[in-house]
Design a protein around this ligand. Structure first.
Ligand code: AMP
Ligand code: FE
Ligand code: FE
Ligand code: ZN
Length: 284
């Protein structure tokens, strides 16, 4: 039995492997298929898809959109979008612009705190892809301002911390809309980061997302407890949603986490991909 991993990051966002490298790595690990789901960008997909073709390995075009949400954070996964779709590209271009304005302001805030990091250093840490807070965190770590990657977020970068800067986000409805317009399938990523106030609040929130076009929930995720997995499964069954899963592998930051297996507990069958394809084909 071969497995899949439908949540992965590359150097196009904040992962440490290039799209080609992660495709080759997934194949070497004996996986059957992967989805590349970089934050707010599809820039890595052309390369990843081409590498998959070249070495005979199935790569699903994906994305992970950060959407507007009052508490916690909401991420929406999109699978199987047409990466050349003009509306999708226009929306993502808008998000790129928002990041380009935000990142230098984070550096300015750090400088005002007496921390000597430059925007050039952050750009360098990004490896040429999209820039985000994890790249700032790496610079802070390298230069000895923090002792660990999580500490960089705790002290400086997380919402409400000393160098936090707000970023424009589309609403869930808008995000689902542009994923769907580009013929993609929208799935709620790791629902546990929504910080909902209990199960019934999560349920009514989900009902709303389903009305807006949501097709699935990421049930299997390394940071979900057994109870959460059970709850998300129940909700998925109740609302006829797909159940997807992935490791959110970025490379080096999360101790002991690896592609395909998470921390040893993930075994995601290819039938998940077939489910996504069936939903995609139905709405074509
Ligand atoms: P950005 O795209 O700049 O908003 O950064 C978001 C990314 O930073 C997330 O997708 C994670 O990879 C990472 N991140 C966010 N919060 C934390 C945290 N508390 N600890 C470690 N990494 C985090
Ligand atoms: Fe990330
Ligand atoms: Fe996420
Ligand atoms: Zn992710």
């Amino acid at each position: 039995m071969k497995y899949v991993d439908l949540h992965l990051h590359t150097t196009a966002s904040d992962g440490v492997m290039t799209p080609s490298e992660i495709v080759r790595y997934a194949k070497s690990k004996g996986l059957q298929a992967i989805a590349i789901t970089d934050h707010d960008t599809i820039e890595g997909l052309e390369e990843g898809l081409a590498e998959g073709e070249k070495i005979g390995f199935e790569v699903i075009p994906g994305i992970e959109i950060s959407a507007e949400h009052s508490s916690g954070s909401m991420h929406l996964l999109g699978f199987f979008m047409d990466i050349h779709h003009p509306f999708l590209n226009e929306r993502l271009g808008y998000l790129q612009k928002a990041r380009a304005e935000r990142n230098p302001r984070i550096v300015e805030k750090l400088n005002r705190l007496g921390i000597e990091v430059t925007y050039e250093e952050v750009v360098k840490a990004s490896g040429g892809g999209q820039i985000g807070r994890p790249h700032v965190a790496r610079v802070l770590l390298e230069k000895g301002y923090v002792r660990s990657f999580p500490e960089a977020f705790e002290r400086f970068l997380k919402k409400g911390a000393l160098a936090y800067v707000e970023k424009f986000r589309f609403t869930a409805k808008e995000s689902i809309h542009f994923i769907e317009e580009a013929k993609g399938v929208a799935v709620l990523a790791h629902p546990n980061t929504l910080n909902m106030n209990g199960y019934s609040e999560l349920e009514s929130f989900l009902q709303q997302l389903v009305k807006e076009g949501l097709k699935g929930i990421e049930v299997y995720y390394p940071e979900h407890s057994a109870l959460e997995v059970a709850q998300y499964k129940t909700l998925a069954e109740r609302y006829g949603l797909l159940m997807t899963g992935g490791t959110d592998y970025h490379g080096i930051e999360k101790n002991g986490l690896d592609i395909g297996v998470g921390r040893g507990e993930m075994k995601l069958p290819y039938s998940i991909v077939e489910g996504l394809k069936a939903v995609r084909d139905k709405s074509l």
